[in-house]
Design a protein around this ligand. Structure first.
Ligand SMILES: *[C@@H]1O[C@H](CO)[C@@H](O)[C@H](O)[C@H]1NC(C)=O
Ligand SMILES: *[C@@H]1O[C@H](CO)[C@@H](O)[C@H](O)[C@H]1NC(C)=O
Length: 251
């Protein structure tokens, strides 16, 4: 009887402790607002959490970001109609953090990060029109490999409050990007006419910039929105004081 009672007490105690357990995932550690190397510390946490993040963090309601499912992309213009449907962008999980700037605890808080990755877009395509002078027509499976895509996202941070406490939120993010190279593999061009398809694809790949001028903006925009959404989901689940030691709440 006595021992059962102790056991119950002990269990309750453990559950209570369990509730108080830190919200920060185990692969991240707290940074200190007084740390002169605060940015370096934040960088370490981002690098440590990137692989987890892209797979999704169910306990923090952060969805997987690899692949990123894209809305349909429709390009009408310049004598070319191109549609991508059922599109998914693979590659965020292998991205590298190449630049990071953090302003925290200051009047205007902000951060800027640059991710570099190789992306593969897998989709169904439908193309009709001309690339420069060359006619192109077909539909089928598309594999678009982009190499050395650097995406820089800059955002202000504001404070919000929810049941878990005061937390950060990225607002009005702006972004820019750069792409080193793109290779298009459009299967079944010209209804499978191999010779015509090969010549045209070769030409398309030599003039990849022309196509990417139209294709990249909607794709990159959706990638940025997905990343920002995931980061904000993460922020909203972890009070700022659990991420940054010594941080003074504002709300
Ligand atoms: C992208 O691909 C290139 C060439 O295959 C490779 O050298 C580079 O390391 C890759 N970058 C990333 C971020 O995976
Ligand atoms: C592209 O689509 C528009 C409207 O959907 C159409 O008027 C035009 O003829 C098409 N152009 C080509 C080259 O198919």
């Amino acid at each position: 009887m006595q021992s059962t009672f102790s056991f119950v007490i002990l269990s309750l105690f453990c559950v209570t402790l369990g509730d108080k357990k830190r919200l920060l995932p185990s692969y991240m550690k707290m940074c200190d607002i007084e740390d002169k190397e605060l940015t370096a510390c934040v960088r370490e946490q981002i690098v440590a959490s990137l692989p987890h993040f892209t797979k999704g963090v169910p306990e923090l309601n952060v969805p997987s970001t690899d692949p990123v499912k894209l809305d349909d992309i429709k390009i009408n213009g310049n004598g070319l109609n191109l549609t991508f449907t059922e599109a998914a962008m693979h590659g965020l999980s292998n991205s590298e953090l190449t630049d990071l700037k953090v302003e925290l605890g200051t009047q205007d808080e902000a951060f800027s990060l640059t991710l570099k990755a190789n992306f593969s877009l897998i989709a169904k395509y439908d193309i009709d029109g001309r690339i420069l002078i060359l006619p192109i027509k077909g539909n089928g499976d598309a594999y678009v490999h982009t190499q050395g895509v650097a995406v820089n996202i800059q955002s202000k941070l504001i404070h919000m409050k929810n049941s878990k406490g005061e937390h950060l939120k990225m607002i009005t993010p702006v972004y820019k990007y750069d792409i080193e190279k793109t290779t298009f593999d459009l299967r079944n061009l010209f209804n499978g006419n191999k010779e015509l398809a090969e010549t045209t694809l070769k030409f398309a790949n030599e003039n990849w910039k022309q196509l990417m001028d139209e294709l990249a903006p909607p794709a990159i925009k959706q990638i940025v929105l997905t990343v920002v959404k995931a980061i904000n989901k993460f922020f909203s689940n972890i009070p700022i004081t659990e991420m940054i030691k010594g941080y003074k709440e504002r709300l």
